[in-house]
Design a protein. Sequence first.
Lengths: 545, 315
Amino acid sequence: MQFTGGRMRKTGAILISGVSIVLLLTVWGSVGRSARTPLNSSADLASSAACSTAPVRGGNLVYERQAAAETLDPLNPLNGNGDIFAYNLAYSGLVRSDPTGRTNKIVPSLADRWTISRDGKTYTFHLRPGIKFSNGQPVTAEDVAWTLNRFGNPKINAIMAAVAGGFGTATVVDTSTVRVQLKKPVAAFLYNISIWPAFVMPKNLVEKQGKAFFKHPVGSGPFMVKSFVKGSYITFARNPHYWEAGKPYLNSVRFNFVGDSNTRILALRAGNAQDIDVVPFSQVKSLRADKNVVVQTAKVPLFLGLWLNHLRAPLADLNVRKALQHAIDRTLINQQIFAGLGQIPNSVLMGFSMDAPASVVKPYSYDVATAKALMARSKFPKGFSTTLLYPAGSDFYRQLGLALQQEFGAIGINVKLIEQDTATVTNAWFTRKFDMVFPFASFTSDLTVPDEYADFLANWDNGFHGFESSWRDPAVQKKVLQFETTRSDSARAKQWVQIQQTLMNLTPVINVLKLPFIDAHAANVCGTHLDGLGSDHLEDTWFAG
Amino acid sequence: MLNYLLRRVALAAVVGIAAGLLVATFFIIHLVPGDPVRIVLAGRATPATIARVHHQLALDRPLWTQFSLYVSHTMRGNFGTSFTLDSPVAQIIGQRLGPSAALIGYGMLLSLLIGVPLAIVAALRPNSWLDNVVRLGTTLTFALPGFWLGLMLALVFGLKLRWLPVSGYSPGVVGILRTLTLPALALGLALAGVVVRTLRSSLLEVLQSEHIEATRSRGFSELRVVGKHAMRNSAMNTLTILSVNIGFLIGGTVVLEQVFQIPGLGSLLVGAVEKRDYQLVQALTLLAGAAVVLASLATDVVQALLDPRVKLDGR
């Protein structure tokens, strides 16, 4: 089966040129072809043979990244992962996701231990002895409490207020102990404070300098900011006071912000950069053939979320939504567009650490006969016409749109494809002026647990209108709210399986495919780990030979 | 001369800038769908937060009110603050102006260094195989998409030969020669086609004129005839064409700065448009428009200095 046809708005010239570049890069990359390396988890592929010795100190890493850092204020991120990955180098929180990416557990960071009260509403954190900011001043319990109270204040933490839900107050118990009182049990609280809005800041400096602090910030991450030119680059030097003894190994890190994926790949191959992120699926094969390059993937909560507008009568019909699910040939899409690197989902949301396996919650099968039967049972047995909106500039949405147009057409749904720039697409999603939409160029969760996105989608009271799908189900909302406050992990696991299955049954939105993060680095770069959110803090990274 | 200058300045200022640029720069970006606040705050901010930021940025006011604010601020030299970069627009543009100006200047220089000799060669042997090769070659480089040409140059000179970096920017003469040669070459090759076509046809016309025949009859070498006499008369059209193409050069930097990761105004504009950063887009397009108007004005002035007929017409 081939994906053909479709009404596209972009000029053919750009497409032809783009294809030519891909072909040329592929041909170029085929020189010196080596055996194909299977792609596993990030930890398995992070090192090559050169990395079998003990880590060596020194070296300056140039990392070309797709998204630019635009602000170093963690409570005011302006450019998603562009900002967040810079925060992860400069700052630390009380706890963090397992930096190796081997597990999705929360592990100690500035706090080396903590206790949780029986009712799940009081957390007591004990700070690691002797921890310091990059300027040498101690990280105090007062700094921590002040930071957490800002995190919990929706007027200050306006953008990420959702992860601070239920926060009460943080108080200093003694010089190395901080107590957090929640208004209600928040099961994901440790996950919530493991990410950037809760990164610990030096109270005295932020209060004294105000916004100017974030031009030359002081943090307790593995590196400290040396220079920052917005939209261009940011450089970091090793933090001599970093709390992990002997780390980081690198002398410095430079993030160059390079939006064009071909330019990033060229820089890696030419040796101008040693690490790049967001490798296009179409170029993974040629990069894997380059013996000087290691391709690294990470399982993260990233997915192709196809949002359905329930204000449109056909899409509010459950039979139609199930028919859409069965009409998608995910295996073919995965092989043809995503180099086989995607995963067939058994959830309507991105993949989370708590998801039940496919043997428990089954994925939708590709079954055109069943899809047609569901359409016949729907209120639209003769089919209908609709639109699919997606962002321009991606290396896969156009192909994906064509595939879905053809597959939905096979069950009587006539889809008109509309390609717009990302801002226009996102605006249409926010204002609910769409039929079907892929709302973001990259659709990821901030946490590895489902609490945040389950709430976005199912909790109608949060003001997000079913995360702009206009879908509402009070029974599911009740289950999600209970899940968010359940203290026991085992009880939560059982609850989530039920929610996951219910959401699959009701399919308010569609997960077309789960996708990995794909990075690539020079073969002599060792100790690169992507954590459960796809971020590398680079504290373990070193150069071999 | 003074009268002529004043008239041109007044025309450019009143018609070009005040009326056209202000209206165009404001309404083009405001009429495009998209909301900078929602884009920056992404899907996580509550409607109340979005409303609060809209109010702070005056985006909740009627469009005409926003326009009048824009005009009054711009007239006072206040371009505002970029919401998406959280910095004053003038400061951001100041940081990014140098690389773009260097790229445009370097690209224009290379277009002349490549285009002028080729145009002379082609004009001296019209319709010969050499002329055809020059015209075909320059037409090809003009027709090729800038990003494709740039990537091919980076592949050959950066990845294969390793002579120059494939991307990045360094200031200073050495840094500029090292980092801007490939993008300037991509820009210059495209513009060289325009230079060759314009200069070649002008030279052909001038070389057939009576005063050139008279010069030749005095026994001057062909090099002196072309270099001193024909070029002076032909350069005028090329100068005009180059000034008209300043917009082409600015447009070229938008693409090439993306490809070669140059922290200039072009890549800044792309990011600003993507995020609907109204203040930044308005200032950048206003600046680009003003650059085109000023280049046109400068060309008129140079023409008036070089060509006595323009001076006479101005009186």
